[in-house]
Each structure stands twice: as structure tokens, then as C-alpha cells.
Design a protein around this ligand. Sequence first.
Ligand code: MF3
Ligand code: CO
Length: 248
Amino acid sequence: MVTLKSSRELKLMREAGRIVAQVLEAMKAKAAPGVTTAELNEEAERLIRKMGAIPSFKGYHGYPAAICTSINEQVVHGIPDGRRLNEGDILSVDVGAIYKGYHGDAAITIPIGTVSPEARRLLEVTEGALWAGIAKARAGLRTGDISAAIQDWVESRGMSVVREYTGHGIGRQMHEDPQIPNFGRAGTGYVLREGMTFALEPMVNLGTWKTKVLSDGWTVVTEDGKLSAHFEHTVAVTDGEPQVLTVL
Ligand code: MF3
Ligand code: CO
């Protein structure tokens, strides 16, 4: 069931989104060579709780941490641990928080120090794909318009979109209907209406779109070991411009 949010609910989701954005800013500031992903996780959880929110990932289907940290060929759902970041790595950080019963969900991929030109290009294309999708989050368009915009943006730039994981409705639940794949056909899917809220989250690979899950049961990696990036925002469909909720 696709839920429509009232303006009161959208205000609360905006607050949840602001908290998520603040945590991502802190992660950007802290992520550097020598820092461990466990240290990032501890800081993120501390900040989320300090702002009166709950880390939504922790305990979700048994997930053990407050954030996901996915390095290089890791696509999503990497579990923070004692691994230290290296100069040249790319680090995807995914943060979710519940504030007054409403969810915010966003992710960024952070270059650690100086990264290769191809890594830099991957980050640019992935973030661009997210904004191409956001531009289609308008009443009267369809979910397939978002999917197609993301896929076209990526594939016309010679990269691939992950297919097994999708964007999603969000609100009182982290995952609500509808699913929003990062590939698809324009003019298909659900008609978008004012008050719908989505987490849009392209995952983009330099090589094949295919992925596999490591033996920890969580970490998703590219099948060919090439780099992957992930950008995500929670957005609301309004009577006009798309409203991005996970910003400061
Ligand atoms: N942004 C991810 C999602 O929407 C975060 C889920 S990670 C999990 O699915 F650990 F909570 F599963
Ligand atoms: Co999400």
C-alpha cells in the first residue's frame, strides 16, 4: 500500500531527514585514512541519539550496526568493523534514523583523500543519476519515469546500475510500497501523487551490474570486483518541485 503523507507528517519527515543529513556531514568530516568504519559507526549512533532519534538500521532483520559502510567494490550493506580506511578508497555511508515515528534514509559515497580519476567519475555519475531521478519525482509522472531517468543517465555514461536492490517508499516504515528500481521504462508503474515519499538510491558499478552477497550475509559486492558507488535521498512529491528531505 502506498501511503500519502499530510503536511504535518512531511514536517516530521523533514526533521528526520535533517538529522540524517547532519550525520552524513559528520561522516564526511571524519572519514580519512587510518579511521576505522567502526569508529564512524560509533560516532553516527552517538549523534543520532543525541538528536533524539533512533538508528533505524540497528536490529533491522538482525543488522548489527547503526550505519552501513561499503568500501570500493562493496555496493551496499557493508558492516562497520576494525578495517582502516586507506587513501584512494571510496566509502559509501548509508544512514537511517527514526524521529517521532518517521524515517529518514540517505547515503553518500565519500572519496578518501585523493582517488583515481575513474573513481571520481563514478561518484559524479552516481550522484548525477540520483538527481536525474529526483527531477522526475513530480505529481502526474510515474515510478517508471524515475527508474528510466536513472538508468539512462548511468548507461549513457558507460556504467551500469545494480538491479537486485531498489529505491522504496518510506514514512512510518523504512520500506514502504512502491519499490523504485534503478532501471525501467518511462510511462510505466505507479502514478505519483502529492504526499508520496520515496527513498531514491541508485547503486552504480564501473563494470558489470551483477552482485553477490558475502558470507557475512550482508555485504553486497560487485561480481567482477570493480568499484561501486551509492547516493540516496529521501524525497517528497509535492504540488510543484520535488522536495528533498534529507538535507541540512
Ligand atoms: N538504505 C538502505 C535501504 O533502504 C538501508 C538498509 S540497511 C539495513 O535498504 F541494514 F537496515 F538493512
Ligand atoms: Co534506502
